[in-house]
Design a protein around this ligand. Sequence first.
Ligand code: G6P
Length: 599
Amino acid sequence: MCGIIGYIGEKEAAPILLDGLKKLEYRGYDSAGFCLLDNGVLKVIKDKGKISEFDDSVELRGSRGNVGIAHTRWATHGEPSKINAHPHTDCKGDISIAHNGIIENHSALRELLIAEGHTIISDTDSEVLAHLIEKFYDGDLEEALIGALRLVEGTFGLVVLSKNEEKICVARKGSPLIIGIGNNEMFVSSDATAILNHTRRVIYLNDDEVASINKKEYNIRNIDGGNVDPEIHEIKWNVGQIEKKGFKHFMLKEIFEQPSSLENVLRGRVKGNETKSSVDVDYKNIKRILITACGTSWHSALIGKHLIEKMVGIPVEVDYASEFRYRNPLLNSQDLVIVISQSGETADTLAALREAKSKGAHTMGIINVVGSTIARESGSGIYLHAGPEIGVASTKAFTSQVLTLFIFALHMAQQKGLGVDAKIFDELKIISKKVSECLLQSEEIKNVASNFKNIKNFLYLGRGINFPVALEGALKLKEISYIHAEGYPAAEMKHGPIALIDEHMPVVFIATNGATYEKILSNMEEVKSRGGVIITVTDRDDVVINRLSDYVMKVPSTICELSPILNSIPLQLLAYHIADLRGLDVDKPRNLAKSVTVE
Ligand code: G6P
């Protein structure tokens, strides 16, 4: 949700900022801009549109300066336009800012500043920050920033330049920012992917910290004045992991990475018929588990509920993080609250985690991005190690979350002395091989997709542990193809969605072997008899399923608990191919952002 990068050093800043911004584009991509400090002048270049449009910008190419900031925007206040794009400056162009987050009291601040003679030209909440810092500026940018922030309510990842000082000042509250340490150069970024080409040594800023950075050193302190002694982390990801490697889109590459991302989940956690865990929780004293997350991560939470309740016998509740934080949840020290987040930065999930901690529950994070805020704030945690996920629609993180929840349930069952069927471990050993088998069908699924690229509505139906898979399949399709799609429990269809069924309504059924397989066949009959078009994900090859299905997407058989992983693969590929055949920008779907750091 908005990406920020800053550079100070001895090289030309513009190409570094442009390259970094491209790596951050998944965070928002409706407009972008740069501000370079060149011989005591701040030069701003910005516009509506994607970052690639700056590749040919003569103005940017001709801009000099070894200090600069840049921003890619996901609009919250004010439409995507040149004037609303960041960086913003004060009236005189002496101060420049790029901001990620929301300034909640921007209207009051705007009135105050206008009354004092400032002219505010954009519709954004962010522009007031530039004017406010200018109001407090008296030769020391850091002091002016702190003075301004004392009046600000809301969230910010903020980078600031002054035309008078060779430094970048930054501040963080609620929106991530890291400092990258190089040789005679420093970087600031919303996440590590943008600076990996230059350095692996980073500092994660915490909330309420401000920093002043020149090319040789950084000075971090608390907004209230206390000194901060930061820890320097070494990033383990490599640059190759954030390249497309011959795939047309990051999303397709990430779909195809799933055999190895799933192996990464298993590595070190399952040995023979034993599970290992670094999670510091006294399983015997946990009486209830609550899982909270957003988007795709919420779907894996729903699967987690099935897994934990079945395998461990503990009641599990699942909440949208945005609802959990405001419903005043009743929690105590016998509750374990699990938060799931790919990015580890989702604002609602972070707030839910803080709510749970403040009420005395145990907390645990299931997170992909190492060093992210949620990872750092969770009482204990499990990293997915899925590698960077760049495509806005989550794929490999989802299957890794499901497998992580499965291993967690398995571990908890073993810790509680419950019997675990040996077949489970046999299946775990070959699950990534079975995912590879699913991927072999990509071209066949593309053929299926070609029949549906102009369809307007889709229904996805599943039951039990595969109902959340239906929700996820529908979400994938609507996110990247803009086709309306709904996921429903198959048996609930007759209480409403059945009214929609006709020859123009494709229905995707998840019909793999399990307790409700026969029931699903009946639901398929109901759709067939109303003229619906059926696409079936199944591990079966029998007369009935073939008669009922217009199109079949085959998956290998597995145990019910692991079936969501295999069943998700053809649904990811179906959504991908439909969107690609429609000629859409699969990796950067309109209006979405990968990391939603505002409420
Ligand atoms: C955004 C993304 C989704 C993601 C959701 C939760 O909406 O577009 O793909 O599932 O945020 O993100 P998280 O990083 O917390 O898993």
